[in-house]
Ligand binder design. Structure first.
Ligand code: CA
Length: 474
């Protein structure tokens, strides 16, 4: 009885909404015992059993669950959105970086186009001038770009030029033309120029030993060896170096590299050795205090020498103190596209080092575009001595100095080109040469000599390459 009553009370408590309508009936059962009946009417529910589904509380619970689900969904969606936004931001940053690099590349190409247009205009004017003059016999060996009217480009030509020409092996032309009366025009600057260009070229003996200092004339250049391919557009061209006379704390094995794509080039990467360079793991990154112009930098005795951007100012950056140690203008030097190599790229001033010290290769208005080579004081950057050559700077792809002799590369794109000219500062005379040289990757933006390694270092279309060289005695 009490148990039945308890059940009914429980139902009463559990079904509070139906409490007001509950009825209690009492009577006797068929055995005469007292029987209590408790009734809760409900239009929608058949029982107040707690196992039955539905009811306002359940509905409330369901509503709260739905609300929570919505909140969870919003939160989850929000996180995904944040992740998506971060991804977009990263992609945007990358795209901006690529855009800057591509912009630099575009500027470079535009400069190339301007340079080519300028040179075409020069050649057109030169052609008109030549057509308006009497016709002198042309020498078949002369490069077409030599400025014939440029009296400032006359190195000392030998009096015995004609006999040398006649005796040169492997060359054929009508020697009668050399006796043309026009060639006896002693005071004519045109003749002077031609004489300078055809100075006798005694072929060096490939079997001859080098001299006691290890120096000699360049005899041959080996095949290029690639050490590293740059992995972004920033490495399409640049300059890489090893200090041939290194000082502490950096040893002679340390390799330095500057990617010169872009307008604000200031990063100098250092690698412990060639192996680390090949793996792409720099051990040192220096931020230069002033931006670099083009690919003409060099290293010597613990300092980086480079041309400051948009100027003829040379800077000596001390690797130990990590600061500018010297600065000086290179007198009258053309810069920022006035006298670049044929590659362009503002290669107006090219610095290099050889057994005899520090050199600058450039041109001036006075030299009218011909290459000027100057030996510099490595401490003060003052010019010690200068020579004017007879080869136009814009007509060659690059230059380097070995044992006081300047050599020029004919083309930066032709896979099989030549070293086409040599100027000896010891004699002040230049001569045409034809040593095979390979541009394996067809876009050679930098060539320099390293006398400690006895190699040429070059940067050819993303590839950091080197060439063995062979020197000999004439
Ligand atoms: Ca060079």
């Amino acid at each position: 009885m009490w148990l039945l009553l308890s059940v009914c009370v429980f139902c009463l408590l559990g079904c509070s909404e139906g409490q007001d309508r509950a009825t209690l009936w009492r009577g006797n059962d068929h055995s005469g015992r007292c029987q209590y009946t408790f009734t809760v009417p409900s239009p929608s529910e058949t029982s107040c059993s707690p196992t039955v589904s539905g009811g306002p509380e359940m509905e409330g619970l369901k509503a709260r669950l739905s609300l929570l689900e919505v909140l969870v969904a919003r939160l989850t969606g929000g996180e995904a959105g944040s992740q998506s936004q971060a991804g977009l931001q990263e992609a945007l940053t990358q795209a901006m970086g690529e855009r800057i690099l591509l912009q630099g590349e575009k500027e470079h190409l535009e400069r190339d186009v301007e340079g080519l247009q300028r040179r075409m205009e020069e050649m057109r004017r030169e052609t008109e001038r030549l057509q308006s003059r009497p016709c002198y016999p042309q020498h078949p060996l002369l490069p077409p770009s030599i400025p014939l009217q440029d009296s400032g480009l006359r190195p000392a030509g030998g009096a015995g030029v004609l006999s040398h020409l006649v005796s040169r092996p492997g060359r054929q032309w009508d020697t009668g033309s050399l006796r043309d009366p026009a060639w006896q025009y002693g005071g004519n600057p045109v003749l002077q120029e031609l004489k300078a260009e055809v100075t006798e070229i005694p072929a060096p003996s490939p079997e001859g030993p080098e001299d006691s200092t290890g120096c000699g004339e360049l005899i041959s250049i080996g095949e290029p060896v690639s050490h590293r391919k740059a992995d972004s557009i920033a490495g399409k061209y640049g300059v890489w170096m090893q200090d041939p006379e290194a000082v502490a704390p950096y040893g002679g094995k340390m390799v330095w590299r500057i990617d010169t794509v872009g307008s604000e080039v200031r990063q100098l990467f250092g690698y412990e050795d060639m192996d680390q360079l090949s793996k792409g793991f720099p051990s040192k990154v220096l931020l230069l205090p002033e931006p670099v112009e083009s690919t003409g930098a060099t290293l010597y005795r613990g300092s980086l020498y480079y041309q400051r951007r948009r100027s003829r100012t040379l800077l000596r950056y001390d690797l130990v103190s990590e600061s500018i140690a010297s600065r000086r203008d290179l007198p009258h030097a053309g810069f920022h596209g006035q006298f670049p190599y044929s590659w362009g790229g503002y290669t107006d001033v090219d610095l290099g080092v050889d057994e005899q010290g520090l050199w600058a290769v450039y041109s001036t208005n006075k030299a009218k575009g011909a290459i000027v080579v100057s030996q510099l004081d490595p401490h003060s950057l003052a010019v010690k001595r200068s020579w004017e050559t007879s080869i136009r700077k814009t007509s060659v792809a690059n230059a380097f100095v070995i044992c006081g002799r300047l050599y020029t590369v004919a083309s930066y794109t032709a896979p099989n080109t030549t070293i086409n000219f040599m100027f000896d500062t010891a004699t002040g005379q230049g001569k045409e040469v034809a040593l095979p040289f390979r541009n394996k990757y067809r876009y050679n933006s930098m060539v320099d000599y390293n006398h400690a390694q006895r190699k040429l270092f070059a940067w050819d279309n993303f590839h950091i390459v080197s060439y063995d060289v062979r020197l000999g005695r004439q």
